[in-house]
Ligand binder design. Structure first.
Ligand SMILES: Nc1ncnc2c1ncn2[C@@H]1O[C@H](COP(=O)(O)OP(=O)(O)OP(=O)(O)O)[C@@H](O)[C@H]1O
Length: 254
């Protein structure tokens, strides 16, 4: 079998919030068209690391990094990188579904309209394709002009995934995308992640180890700002190497 390409890579990455050293010497290469899960106790740096992957932390006063983050081999923190272009390539879905108070249609095509796309046929086609891809089309196809806020939480989260897909990213970052959802909606999101990895590289932060086990190909265990262990998910859950990983996955702390 040919080795898959490393889509995202961190090299000697340190991150700071002011004086606080939040990420310490992270080295990791994440495979293309696969799911990588970040696990670890609260406050260990999972979200911080996820957000360095599309420069979401740039907005935070006092935040800085040292080291490199490479997307397809290119440093995303290099001076010539346009952050708006980067975010088209690396989309993000948050913990709480955050649809805009607009129609379902307007939510999905929002990013395309910002890019200046006005052609109705193009927008309609993109809307249908994204909703199909997010496994929501059948539930909403007859009410595209209705408010997105009238959807259930699980539908709203799939709508947010459709909104992210519409701008055709190659990577989707998901920060605990199912933690605010009921078990049935969670299962739908997990099925969807499974489908999406055929076309996208997915990085997911999750508190739920069963979920990491179900959805991810590789798992990275973080502890106090360090990447302690990174391996195939099966290997991590059956034979963790580090005692800290062992303690965490057996529920001894966290
Ligand atoms: N905006 C911020 N300013 C200062 N410190 C921050 C900020 N955001 C996070 N931190 C700190 O950085 C550390 C890592 O936080 P982060 O949110 O990345 O952890 P996490 O592993 O995702 O936690 P959780 O699972 O609880 O979401 C924590 O100690 C946190 O207090």
């Amino acid at each position: 079998m040919t080795k898959k390409h490393s889509k995202l890579e961190a090299i000697n990455l340190d991150a700071y919030y002011g004086d606080f050293h939040a990420l310490k010497g992270i080295n990791i290469a994440m495979e293309e068209k696969a799911v990588t899960a970040f696990i670890g106790p609260s406050g260990c740096g999972k979200s911080t690391f996820l957000r360095t992957l599309n420069r979401m932390n740039d907005y935070i006063d006092g935040f800085r990094i040292e080291g490199q983050v490479l997307l397809d081999g290119r440093d995303i923190y290099a001076a010539d990188v346009r952050v708006d272009e980067l975010r088209k390539e690396v989309g993000m879905v948050f913990q709480k579904p955050n649809p805009f108070p607009k129609s379902i249609f307007e939510n999905v095509v929002y990013g395309l309209k910002i890019q200046g796309i006005k052609d109705k046929n193009v927008l309609q086609e993109a809307c249908e394709k994204s909703l199909q891809h997010a496994a929501l089309w059948n539930e909403v196809k007859d009410k595209l002009d209705k408010s997105a806020l009238a959807l259930s939480g699980g539908q709203q989260q799939r709508l947010c995934i459709a909104r992210a897909l519409a701008i055709q990213p190659s990577v989707i970052l998901m920060d605990e995308p199912a933690s605010a959802l009921d078990p049935i909606s969670t299962a739908k999101i997990e099925d969807l992640i499974h489908e999406l990895k055929k076309d996208y590289t997915i990085v997911i932060v999750t508190h739920n180890m069963q979920q990491a086990g179900r959805v991810s190909d590789h798992t990275a265990f973080f502890y106090m700002g360090e990447l302690v262990e990174y391996s195939k998910t099966k290997t991590m859950f059956t034979s963790p190497k580090d005692t800290r990983t062992q303690n965490y996955i057996t529920g001894r702390f966290g």
